[in-house]
Design a protein around this ligand. Sequence first.
Ligand SMILES: Cc1ncc(C[n+]2csc(CCOP(=O)(O)OP(=O)(O)O)c2C)c(N)n1
Length: 312
Amino acid sequence: MAKLTIPAQELMYRGHAACPGCGPALAMRLLLKGLGPRTILSIPACCWTVIATPFPTTALGVAVLDNPIEATGASISGLRAAADALGLDDVTVVGFAGDGGTADIGLQALSGMLERRTNALFVMYDNEGYMNTGIQRSGATPRGAWTTTTPVEGGRHGKREAKKEIMGIVLAHHPAYAATVNPAFPEDFVRKAEKARDVRGPRFLHVFAPCPPGWKFSSEETIALGRLATESGLFPLYEVEDGVYRLTRKGGSLKPVDEYVRRQGRFRHWSPEEIRELGDEVRARWEALLRLERETAPARAAATPVLAPAPA
Ligand SMILES: Cc1ncc(C[n+]2csc(CCOP(=O)(O)OP(=O)(O)O)c2C)c(N)n1
C-alpha cells in the first residue's frame, strides 16, 4: 500500500463551530497540515470567522487576523510587509476567504495582491454561495442552482448566470503558483499546500468545499460528493507553475455528472436535458485543460536520445 504522506500534527482543534460535514472545515484542517505552524491567517467575514474565532476563543493553532470582507488581498500584502520588516522570512502569510470574499467582493484586492507580486498565499474555499449570511447566490454559484436569492418557484429556475471562473481570472495575473484542491483527495491537497508554502511570489489555491445545508445533501456525504465532483470532471485537480499546466489526477474516463447532480437538493428541479447539457460543458472544459497541459509542457529535449557522433 502507498505510504501516507499527511503530517500528523493538527493545527485545527476540536470545539470549532462548523456544521457537521462542513467542506470548508476539512479544507482548513488539511491546509494547515500542509502549511505548518509558521503561518499567519487573515480571514474576512465568512463562515470561517464564525467557525474559528468567537472572541476570546480560537480553534486554530496559528495566528489569525479578522479583516473586512473586501480587504483580504490588501490585508495579506500588509502582513507580508510587516513580516519582512521584522525579518520573519519563514512565516507563510495566508488569506483564507470564501468565494464571495474572493471572486466577488474581494476581487479587486486579490487582483492588486497578485499584480504587485506579493509573496503570499490566497486560498479561496468555494462553497458556491454566501453561506454565512443565509445561502445567497454568489458569482461562484453554478448555473441553475437553487439559493435563497435564486428561488425555484413562480416560473423561476435557480441561478441564470454561469459560474465565475476564478482560476482563469487568477491565471491571467501570471501567479507563481496556482492549483485546485479537494478535501476528498487529501494527499493531493496536502502536497499542493506544502508547495504553495514553499514557492515564492503570489500563490493561489481554489478549494472545492461542499456545504451540506447550502447544497442540500446529508452531512456524511461530503467526501463522496467531493470524489464525484473530481471524477466526473466538474472540479478537475490541476496545478499551474510558472505557466505550465499539470493535471494531478487523470486516467480512465470521466464519470457521468448525473449522480453528482442528483445527490443535491439545490439541483432537484433539473430536467434530464439540463444534466446532459452540463455533461457536455464539463467534457469541453476537460478537453481544453488537457490541451493546455499539452501546449504548456516544457520541451522534452532531455528525454530525446542523442546519438553519439560516430568515431572518426
Ligand atoms: C462589505 C460587506 N458586505 C456584506 C457583508 C455581510 N457578509 C458577511 S459574511 C458574508 C458571506 C460571505 O460569503 P463567502 O465569502 O462566500 O463565505 P461563506 O459565508 O460562504 O463562508 C456576507 C455577505 C460584510 N460583512 N461586508
